[in-house]
Write a protein that binds this ligand. Structure first.
Ligand SMILES: NC(=O)C1=CN([C@@H]2O[C@H](COP(=O)(O)OP(=O)(O)OC[C@H]3O[C@@H](n4cnc5c(N)ncnc54)[C@H](OP(=O)(O)O)[C@@H]3O)[C@@H](O)[C@H]2O)C=CC1
Ligand SMILES: CC(=O)[C@@H](O)[C@H](O)COP(=O)(O)O
Ligand SMILES: [Mn+2]
Length: 400
């Protein structure tokens, strides 16, 4: 007897994570029924994906592309819609498994809408959990949803935990590639261009996370993400630079055992883990050839050249809205760097300025999250517009 296909929705289907997810779905078309695909602006790719997977609904966030989407899907029987409300409606249609892969805080409300259905949420959009930690975790609990970590390091921890209680864990270790500036001098980083920063040594990803990797703000976001996902204190989360990106995460148990997950740097592996969970599925991802890798190096991160990592730890310790402000200011700074309005080191300076200005306000609900996200963006924009330089020294934060 064949079982009914699992229903799935992909938020951010046209992005890097979205395309890896579509690849897995296309490989087993009878196993999955696509409820909705959501894209931002890439209407041609969205329509192609919807046709290839015979999706029930395709939604584009940019309302001005409604006519183009209609033309591309005409005669296919696939329903379509455009605009932010349509994105939120698509996200709220019940699906057994939803991939949350819209970049940045823009993904928060769609992810929350899916969470309210009480099914499985495969979380790639780390910024949502960083900016709205308690609010998201409460939504997951209230709805009885299951949060499955997609981020490679967190998926590695999830797999290495293998159901062990968190009280058995002494600490976890998130690995970091070190990015393109792992060995660069501060002088080189000062004048680094977007082209240089977009050359990730091991992973192929969207622009925002690639810049985050270069500044190690990505690892900072991931420390906060890990604290939320696994209910760990800041000092239980270590970061080790591991340039081979073969070991993705490790769990140090109280009995002295150290368990790790390894794999080729291909996001289809962690995505497949969440898609088939608690089962396993076949993927076409390359297999890790340990003989070819030959050696595994690990080193401590340099928080002077990469202040964003230190700032993220400060934000996590401060609590309240500090992580919201960290992530919002970082988003603005990354955009400004990509548009050549600030230099590479301006990213850390912008985050430090916004955090210093706004501290760690109380954040109890979604309204407060959105308020402090907007405030963080406003302070970051003010700092950038003034062309100010800040110090890379620690910022003092009041606790919430
Ligand atoms: N790429 C990776 O390997 C990893 C990514 N992540 C996380 O996953 C998330 C996605 O990353 P990645 O796939 O690299 O990013 P991309 O930039 O490649 O993709 C982002 C996706 O979100 C869509 N999008 C952007 N804004 C909106 C919006 N307002 N409404 C609806 N859709 C929108 C984009 O649409 P369009 O392109 O059509 O405009 C695209 O489909 C990020 O949070 C990232 O940190 C985590 C671990 C690894
Ligand atoms: C694939 C993934 O999970 C990314 O978050 C990756 O970790 C980025 O590389 P860095 O380790 O350089 O940040
Ligand atoms: Mn990661």
């Amino acid at each position: 007897m064949t079982s009914a296909p699992r229903t799935v929705t992909v938020l951010g289907s046209t992005g890097s994570i979205g395309c890896s997810t579509i690849d897995l779905l296309l490989a087993e078309p009878d196993r999955f029924q696509v409820r909705a695909l959501v894209g931002g602006r890439n209407v041609k790719l969205l329509a192609e994906q919807a046709k290839a997977l015979r999706a029930e609904l395709a939604v584009i966030n940019d309302e001005s592309l409604a006519g183009e989407l209609a033309a591309l899907l005409s005669g296919t029987g696939i329903r379509y819609a455009a605009g932010r409300n349509a994105v939120l409606e698509a996200a709220s249609i019940p699906a057994d498994w939803t991939m949350a892969a819209i970049t940045g805080a823009a993904g928060l409300e769609p992810t929350l809408a899916s969470t309210r259905n009480g099914r499985s949420i495969a979380l790639a959009n780390k910024e949502a959990l960083v900016c709205a930690g308690d609010v998201m975790l409460r939504a997951v609990r209230d709805a009885g949803a299951t949060l499955l970590p997609v981020d490679s390091e967190h998926n590695a921890i999830f797999q290495s935990l293998a159901g062990s209680p968190i009280k058995a864990v002494e600490k976890i270790i998130l690995t970091a590639s070190g990015g393109p500036f792992r060995c660069a001098s501060l002088e080189t980083m000062q004048t680094a261009t977007p082209e240089m920063a977009l050359k990730h040594p091991t992973w192929s990803m969207g622009a925002k996370i690639t810049i985050d990797s270069a500044s190690m703000a990505n690892k900072g976001l991931e420390v906060i993400e890990a604290a939320r996902l696994f209910d760990l204190a800041e000092d239980q989360i270590d970061v080790l630079v591991h340039p081979q990106s073969a070991v993705h995460g490790l769990v140090q148990f109280r009995d002295g055992s150290l368990l790790a997950q390894l794999g080729a740097p291909d996001m289809r592996v962690p995505i497949a883990n969440t898609l088939a969970w608690p089962d396993r599925m076949q993927t076409n991802a390359p297999r890790l050839d340990l003989a070819a890798v030959a050696r595994l190096d690990f080193e401590a991160p340099d928080e002077v050249r990469f202040p964003a990592l230190r700032l993220a730890r400060e934000a996590l310790r401060a609590g309240g809205g500090a992580p919201t402000i960290f992530s919002a200011a970082n988003e603005v700074a990354v955009e400004a760097f990509l548009n050549r309005r600030i230099g590479f080191l301006g990213i850390g300076d912008t985050i430090a300025y916004a955090m210093e200005k706004l501290g760690a306000p109380k954040v109890d609900d979604l309204k407060a999250v959105l308020h402090w996200d907007a405030q963080g963006r406003r302070e970051a924009e003010t700092f950038i517009a003034r062309g100010q330089r800040n110090s890379v020294e620690g910022v003092g934060l009041a606790h919430a």
